[in-house]
Structure formats: structure tokens, C-alpha cells
Design a protein around this ligand. Structure first.
Ligand code: FAD
Length: 396
């Protein structure tokens, strides 16, 4: 029987890894992908659903082609446990699957316990996050539709690092774009635990003042510590309480639950340290961790593009090791994050990261990357092209 690679999580990191292990091994390795959702729903572009410009269907791709075109066995289940000694994954539905190498890309876990009252408010559907795309994205959209003109939408941003550094500012921009179209007397408040806008700050601020004068307000150093769902109020460690009609509270984040529960989140109990040459966990042999769950090197964003890049490095390492090849890779990662700032205009940030053997870390390549000179409609076409390309790279 051929060696088996099990992948947990069919998102940006996991789906890419499953496909590329099959491709790089010339179909020689058995690959099993464990994912509870029936189809992949993308977080990138989901802020356009919040804004009313796209539907969830536009973000959704099935897992069928991974099986049909690439021979990946997709198991619709939830990984409930990992036995790193016995090299098995326990499934929530019962039974377990043996692996020779395990690749884990479970995304993030939202730390509801860090904001008092938030878990209950989320359960009740009153204060949402929509930081994992799906039904909650639509629920947030419904709250905005139900809000009267002249109301306030407030988003809170946790201290970095969190999933998608520009995401909250893109969300705020797309809510403002909707208000400009439908509820022009309304307000958008950004309450940020960080000092300033953590990504593309000058470009976002220029867009807010030029496209939505007087509508969008940014307040730094606002660390949310509690919510009161009854009065729709958020409380901060230092600053005064804020009441809003629609509250979108993003708590701090950590590695996906399965990684935390199995002791792989060995960096402050929050993120998973990996060997950046192969993405193998520093806590367990033959387990590779990808995507938002990892402890990042400086300037590495938690993005879908990066997760896709991690996956290719890990897939190559796994295939080489199972073939008994001695390799000493010098991986490169790339990232581009496009952000919609209006219905038609987009900005981007890009970077290239190279493994530096002497320091065992990734460093940005001097002179690489940068940000847009200005927002443009051309970049909106690039953004949609980026999304279609990466979905196809992962899943078809
Ligand atoms: P995910 O893509 O979330 O995949 C994790 C998968 O694991 C999920 O399918 C989940 O169901 C599954 N899973 C979890 N636990 C288990 C388990 N125990 N067993 C089985 N399966 C499990 N990134 C960009 O590059 N560009 C953008 O423009 C961009 N925009 C964004 C906008 C928003 C609003 C948000 C929220 C994020 C955005 N991102 C963007 C970030 C991007 O979505 C994440 O960085 C990316 O999804 C990380 O990939 P991942 O594989 O780590 O996690």
C-alpha cells in the first residue's frame, strides 16, 4: 500500500496542500482531506456580500474536482483528535484514519472568552463576527439591511496578529459603500485595539475621506473587553463605552481548536511554531501546520495567499521526505492582498518572503512588493482575477 498523507481542513492551506501532494508525487501518495463543510466558502471577497454586491454563491466552490481531477479522498467529517504517537486522526463521527504525514490547516479559533458577554451575544445572533465566511456573512448583511438610515455600524479590531490585517478596514469600507448607496445619513465607526490602521493605512484613510466624507471614523487604542447585548454596547479597557445599532466585534484569535487541543499551539498556547523550511511543527514529528494557525515571522500576514504559499512548501517537503530524498530547501513565499475600498475601486499590498538559513526565519526580499500608488478600477479587475485564480489553484 502507498504511504498516506492526511490533511485536516479544506481551506486556503489544506485544499492547496492536498492537491499539490497528489501532483508532486505523480499520484503516488494516498491523500485524504478531512473537512466538515460540504463546499469551500471564501473569506476573500466576502466583504462584497456584506455590502450587497455579491451573493454567497459567488464565493463557493465544491470539493468534487479534488476527487475527480486529482484523486484526493475527501472525507466530510470533523477531526476530533490526533494521536501523534500512533499517527492517527480520530473523527468526530467515530473511527480513525492512519497517516504517515499529517498536514493541519484548521484556520482560526475566535477567543470569545477574551470579551465578556460576547459568547452569549454571538450564540443569540445579536453581535456577530462573520470572520469565517458562510451563514454569518449573510446574517451580518441582514442586520445592516434592517438598520435604519442614520444608524451606526461599529467594528472592533483586536490587537495584531489576527486573520487578514486589512480585512476589518475593507469591511468598514464596504459597509460605508452600502450606506452611501442606501442609508447616507448613517455612520461607520472603527474601534481598533491597535494604535493605527495596521495595513495600507494612508490608502484606506484617503478613500474614507474622499469617498465617504464625514461617514467613517477611526479611533485607535480601543481594546474591546466586554459587550452588553441588551443595549448593544461595547466596553473598552480605558476608553468610554460605545453604543451602536450594528456591532461587529472581532475578539482576539488563535490557532484552530484542534491545534490548540492537541498541544501544537506551542507559541504562548496561541499559535503553532513551525520549522519554516518545511512547515513541520516544532512540537510533533510528521505533523506540518499551515495557514493562519502558525506563529508568523515578522511581516508575514495571516492571509489566504500566504496559506496557499505555505501549502506548496509543505507539500514539496512531505513528498520529498516520503520518497527518502535529502533536501535542503530555501523556500520563497509570496503575498498579495487586494482590498475593496468602494463599489468599484481596489487597493493592494504585496510582498515576497525568503527563508534565511542562518537565522531560520523568513525575511522580506529587499525591493519586493509595496502598495498601490492609488486606488483604481483596474485593481478591482485584478482582485477578482486573483480570487478566481487562487480558487482554481486550490480546488479544480
Ligand atoms: P481556512 O481557509 O479558514 O480553512 C480552515 C478549514 O479548516 C475550514 O474549512 C474549516 O472548516 C476546517 N477545519 C477547522 N477545524 C477542523 C477540524 N478539526 N477538522 C476538519 N476540518 C477543520 N486573505 C487573502 O489572501 N486575501 C484577501 O483578500 C483576504 N480577505 C479576507 C477578508 C475577510 C473578511 C476575512 C475574514 C479574511 C480574509 N483573508 C484574505 C484571510 C483568509 O481568509 C485566511 O488567511 C485564510 O482563510 C487562511 O487559510 P487557512 O487554511 O489557515 O484557514
Amino acid at each position: 500500500t502507498s504511504a498516506r498523507v492526511v490533511v485536516i481542513g479544506g481551506g486556503y492551506g489544506g485544499a492547496t496542500a492536498a492537491k499539490y501532494v497528489r501532483l508532486l508525487s505523480n499520484q503516488g501518495l494516498d491523500v485524504v482531506l478531512i473537512e466538515p463543510n460540504a463546499a469551500f466558502v471564501s473569506c476573500p471577497i466576502s466583504n462584497l456580500v456584506v455590502s450587497g454586491l455579491k451573493g454567497l454563491d459567488d464565493l463557493t466552490t465544491g470539493y468534487g474536482a479534488l476527487g475527480k481531477n486529482h484523486g484526493v479522498t475527501v472525507v466530510r467529517d470533523y477531526a476530533a483528535g490526533i494521536d501523534a504517537q500512533a499517527k492517527t486522526v480520530r473523527l468526530a463521527s467515530g473511527g480513525s484514519i492512519r497517516y504517515d504525514k499529517l498536514i493541519l490547516s484548521p484556520g482560526i479559533d475566535l477567543q470569545f472568552d477574551k470579551v465578556e458577554g460576547l459568547a452569549a451575544a454571538q450564540q443569540a445572533g445579536t453581535i456577530l463576527q462573520a470572520w469565517k465566511a458562510g451563514p454569518e456573512t449573510l446574517a451580518l448583511r441582514k442586520q445592516l439591511e434592517a438598520m435604519p438610515d442614520g444608524g451606526t455600524y461599529a467594528i472592533t479590531v483586536p490587537e495584531a496578529p489576527y486573520r487578514c490585517p486589512p480585512g476589518p478596514y475593507e469591511r468598514a469600507s464596504m459597509v460605508a459603500a452600502y450606506f452611501k448607496r442606501a442609508k447616507p445619513r448613517s455612520k461607520v465607526l472603527i474601534l481598533d485595539a491597535n494604535q493605527d490602521v495596521t495595513s495600507k493605512g494612508p490608502l484606506f484613510k484617503k478613500a474614507w475621506s474622499e469617498l465617504y466624507p464625514g461617514m467613517v471614523e477611526f479611533r485607535g487604542q480601543h481594546k474591546a473587553v466586554a459587550v452588553d447585548a441588551r443595549t448593544n454596547t461595547v466596553k473598552f479597557d480605558v476608553q468610554d463605552d460605545v453604543k451602536a445599532d450594528v456591532l461587529n466585534v472581532l475578539p482576539p484569535m488563535r490557532a484552530g481548536r484542534i491545534a490548540v487541543d492537541t498541544g501544537l499551539a506551542n507559541s504562548n498556547g496561541r499559535w503553532c511554531s513551525v520549522n519554516y523550511q518545511t512547515f513541520e511543527s516544532t512540537a510533533a514529528k510528521d505533523i506540518h501546520v499551515l495557514g493562519d494557525s502558525i506563529q508568523i515571522a515578522p511581516l508575514m500576514p495571516k492571509s489566504g495567499h500566504m496559506a496557499n504559499s505555505h501549502a506548496k512548501v509543505a507539500a514539496a517537503a512531505v513528498v520529498a521526505e516520503l520518497a527518502g530524498l535529502e533536501v535542503n530547501p530555501v523556500p520563497m513565499l509570496t503575498n498579495t492582498c487586494y482590498s475593496f475600498v468602494g463599489d468599484k475601486e481596489v487597493i493592494h499590498v504585496a510582498s515576497v518572503h525568503r527563508y534565511e538559513a542562518a537565522e531560520k526565519t523568513f525575511k522580506t526580499v529587499a525591493g519586493s512588493g509595496g502598495v498601490s500608488a492609488a486606488r483604481s478600477e483596474l485593481e478591482a479587475a485584478y482582485a477578482m482575477g486573483w480570487a478566481r485564480n487562487i480558487w482554481s489553484d486550490m480546488l479544480t
